[in-house]
Design a binder for this molecule. Structure first.
Ligand code: NAD
Length: 294
C-alpha cells in the first residue's frame, strides 16, 4: 500500500493559526514584534527567500525589515550592525541570510546575535543549550522535523531512528531531539560504511544531506516514517523532452512511497513547516525577551 503523504503545507497552515493567537495576545499587551533580516550581497536565491519570508511575516502581522548590505562589508562592520540590532528594543528578532561572503566568519556572526533575538536558533549558545534539553530558541528545521514526526502519529519512544546527515543546525539537533524523546538514534554521515544497512533498520528515517535521490525505496523499512529534508535542484527531461529544472529531495520519492508508511514530499514537506517555525520562533523569542527567562 502506498505511504500516507505528510502534507507540510497543511501542517504549516495549522502552525500559523496557532501562532496567530499568541501573536495577537503579545501585540495587544506589549506592542509590535519586528523581525530584521540581514541580506549581504546580491545572491538572487537569498533575495527571493528573504522576500517570501517578508510576505509571510507581514501576512501574519509581524513587522519585517530587510537590511541589504554590500558584499564588500567587512567583518567588523557587520558585527557593528548586529550590535546595533541587538541594542534596538524595537527589534525582537534577527536573522542573517546565508550564504555570507567568503571573507566573513559565519560562526562569529552567528555568535554575536543576542540569543534571545536569534529566531533561527543558530547562535552556538542556543545550539549548546539544546544538549541540556533547555534551549531558548531551537533551529527551525529541526523543530519542523520534530513537528512532522509528531503529526505522523508514530511512537518515538523506543523506535529505531536513523538520521542521515549531521550538520550543526540540521542533522545533529534532530538527533538530539529524537534522543531526548527516547528513540534509539543512529547518526549517519559521509563516512558511514554501510548506509543502507542502517536506513533499512529505521522505524523513523530523517535524511538531511543535500544529495538528490541518495536513498532509494529498497533502503527503507516497510512502514517506516520518512522525513526528507533535502532540497536539490536537478535538471530532468520535461514532457516535450526538453530539460526542465525540478526540486527533489534526498529520498527517491516515487520508489520510497511504495514501501514507507508515511513520507514527506519535496517540495511541500519540511520546507513550508520550517518557514512556519521561523514565524513561531519569532513570536516566542519576543515573549522570552520580556523576562529573559531560560
Ligand atoms: P550540510 O552540507 O551542512 O551537511 C550535510 C551532511 O550530510 C553532513 O553531515 C555529511 O556528512 C552528510 N553526507 C554527505 N554526503 C553523504 C552521503 N553520501 N551519505 C551520508 N551522509 C552524507 O547540509 P545541511 O545544511 O544539513 O543541509 C542538508 C540538506 O537539507 C540540503 O539539501 C539543504 O538544502 C536542506 N535543507 C532544507 C531545509 C528545509 O527547510 N527543508 C533547511 C535546511 C537545509
Amino acid at each position: 500500500m502506498a505511504a500516507r503523504i505528510i502534507d507540510g503545507k497543511q501542517v504549516a497552515a495549522d502552525l500559523r493559526n496557532e501562532v496567530s493567537s499568541r501573536l495577537l495576545r503579545y501585540t495587544v499587551k506589549h506592542g509590535p514584534i519586528k523581525l530584521v533580516a540581514v541580506l549581504i550581497g546580491n545572491d538572487p536565491a537569498s533575495k527571493i527567500y528573504a522576500q517570501s519570508q517578508r510576505r509571510r511575516c507581514l501576512q501574519a502581522g509581524v513587522q519585517h525589515d530587510l537590511v541589504e548590505l554590500s558584499s564588500s562589508i567587512t567583518q567588523p562592520e557587520l558585527l557593528a550592525e548586529i550590535d546595533r540590532l541587538n541594542a534596538d528594543p524595537s527589534v525582537t528578532g534577527i536573522m542573517i541570510q546565508l550564504p555570507l561572503p567568503r571573507e566573513i566568519d559565519e560562526a562569529a556572526i552567528q555568535y554575536r546575535i543576542d540569543p534571545y533575538k536569534d529566531v533561527e536558533g543558530v547562535n552556538p549558545a542556543n545550539i549548546g543549550l539544546l544538549f541540556y534539553d533547555h534551549g531558548i530558541i531551537a533551529p527551525c528545521t529541526a523543530l519542523a522535523v520534530q513537528e512532522l514526526i509528531h503529526r505522523s502519529g508514530v511512537t518515538v519512544r523506543g523506535a529505531e531512528a536513523v538520521v542521515v546527515g549531521q550538520s550543526g543546525i540540521v542533522g545533529r539537533p534532530i538527533s538530539m531531539f529524537l534522543g531526548a524523546q527516547m528513540a534509539t538514534v543512529t547518526s549517519c554521515h559521509v563516512a558511514t560504511r554501510d548506509l543502507a544497512a542502517h536506513t533499512r533498520a529505521a522505524d523513523i528515517l530523517v535524511v538531511a544531506v543535500g544529495k538528490p535521490h541518495l536513498i532509494p525505496g529498497d533502503w527503507i523499512k516497510p512502514g517506516a516514517v520518512v522525513i526528507d529534508v533535502g532540497i536539490n535542484s536537478v535538471q530532468q527531461p520535461g514532457p516535450d523532452g526538453k530539460p526542465v529544472r525540478r526540486t527533489v529531495g534526498d529520498v527517491h520519492f516515487e520508489s520510497a512511497r511504495e514501501i514507507a508508511g508515511a513520507i514527506t514530499p519535496v517540495p511541500g514537506g519540511v520546507g513550508p513547516v520550517t518557514v512556519a517555525m521561523l514565524l513561531r520562533n519569532t513570536v516566542e523569542a519576543a515573549y522570552k525577551q520580556l523576562n529573559r527567562e531560560l
